[in-house]
Write a protein that binds this ligand. Structure first.
Ligand code: SAH
Length: 247
């Protein structure tokens, strides 16, 4: 079984620990399918009074984290003769995170995620050690901790042995550029609303076909921008229209 190591450099390790050490990722940690170590950047402070940040050259409000403690914290993760981890900086300036990026990162053996705080980190160190910058969306957070938990969560569930089987993440929204079809559980009728008959039919072929068309309809209704990137045949359009009329 493959196993992946996540290392997070942060000023708030407990935010990462309390998020990741529970539920599905927590169980994956217990089983050793993934491992997590958090490094408190403050432990690598170069002054005796614990100062980790300073005002910004050239002016501007707020404080910026020093380069040196981040660099030393990063170097503490691996020995000189060891491979350096694939290193990412959580940043609103990064490329926006996607399911495709999560799949790519899930192939790494050791992923180091750096979280900034305040106004961020001195650019010299992030430019020097990071392979890429990743943003979780076009908005600004107060720190990279929530963002790194998002990355760890979505990357983890693509690692073999974290979810019960590969199907659990193969047939999901965003895996193939579409959204998942609508899903239902017991009871068959709730609040006067019935589960589509075909899903109760036991006919695997008909169910697969319904799900495929419904997945296209869901994408059409909820994320038309995604539909533009798909090639849809005329006969699929007809089935989509027919299904949409019943919703
Ligand atoms: N002054 C910076 C923002 C700093 S926000 C700028 O304008 O670009 C403080 C920290 O929060 C950042 O260092 C980063 O680690 C994290 N952060 C903020 N928004 C984020 C986002 N959308 N995605 C990922 N990390 C983010």
């Amino acid at each position: 079984m493959s196993s992946m190591r996540f290392s997070v450099l942060t000023l708030f390790p407990e935010q990462i620990e309390s998020n990741v050490r529970r539920s599905i990722t927590g169980r994956a940690l217990e089983r050793g399918v993934i491992s997590l170590d958090t490094v408190n950047i403050r432990d690598f402070c170069t002054n005796s009074y614990g100062k980790i940040d300073d005002s910004i050259y050239g002016g501007g409000t707020g404080l910026l984290m020093y380069a040196e403690p981040v660099y030393e914290a990063w170097k503490s993760l691996f020995a000189d003769d060891e491979d350096r981890p694939y290193t990412v900086y959580m940043s609103p300036k990064g490329k926006v995170f996607t399911q495709k990026k999560a799949a790519e990162l899930s192939k790494e053996k050791h992923l180091c995620i750096i979280c900034g705080h305040y106004e961020g980190i001195d650019s010299r160190v992030t430019d020097l050690i990071c392979d890429e910058e990743i943003s979780i969306g076009d908005y600004v957070l107060t720190g990279g901790e929530l963002a790194s938990c998002v990355v760890i969560d979505s990357v983890s569930r693509m690692i073999e042995g974290v979810l019960p089987n590969e199907d659990a993440y193969t047939f999901e929204s965003h895996m193939d550029g579409t959204l998942e079809s609508s899903s239902y559980t017991m009871p068959r009728e709730w609040n006067g609303l019935k589960v589509p008959e075909v899903l109760l039919s036991g006919n695997d072929g008909a169910i697969a076909e319904h799900r495929r068309i419904d997945s296209l309809v869901q994408t059409w209704m909820k994320r038309p921008d995604m539909l533009d990137k798909l090639e849809i045949t005329e006969s699929e359009w007809e089935k989509m229209l027919a299904l949409r009329r019943t919703l």
